[in-house]
Write a protein of this length. Structure first.
Length: 160
């Protein structure tokens, strides 16, 4: 019974070949497929541009916030220098959305671009700077505006 069931699943997979047969006869579907393939080139260049944008701002984030913001035992975000003065070095825990390495930095920039809780990332990384936090806040606002508005509008323009 097990081998027969496997053979039936293989035949079910072959039913997908009907779609190719249908695509040959259906002219409107052919046009849609051709336009989709033609837009792949533009999407490739957009993806490269987006990755370059994310990489540049990840490096900037690492320069501004890298290895600065940590959490103490109470869960408060503070500067590393303040923690070293108050506690031992063993309890230094990086914040969740840190800019300590390129992977975490790229992930944080991606979340900011997608507008999914970007204010939390900004709060965790800017809070330790206190009254001097305005230039650092502008970094997050600029990344959010450029990423979500300009880059995603460019993506929509490529698709159209």
């Amino acid at each position: 019974m097990g081998q027969a069931a496997g053979a039936l699943k293989a035949f079910r997979a072959l039913r997908l070949l009907r779609m190719i047969k249908l695509a040959r006869r259906w002219k409107a579907l052919q046009d849609i497929m051709k336009k989709m393939v033609m837009s792949l080139e533009g999407i490739f260049y957009f993806t490269m541009l987006l990755l370059l944008f994310m990489y540049i701002f990840s490096l900037l984030g690492m320069q501004f916030f890298g290895k600065l913001a940590y959490r103490d035992l109470d869960g408060h975000t503070v500067l590393k220098n303040e923690l070293v003065e108050r506690y031992n070095k063993e309890i230094l825990v990086p914040t969740r959305w840190s800019f300590n390495n390129i992977w975490h930095s790229m992930t944080s920039i991606y979340v900011i671009i997608m507008s999914d809780g970007w204010n939390i990332i900004m709060y965790e990384n800017v809070l330790p700077f206190g009254m001097k936090s305005m230039p650092y806040t502008l970094f997050f606002v600029f990344v959010q505006i450029m990423g979500s508005k300009v880059m995603l509008s460019l993506f929509t323009a490529i698709l159209l």
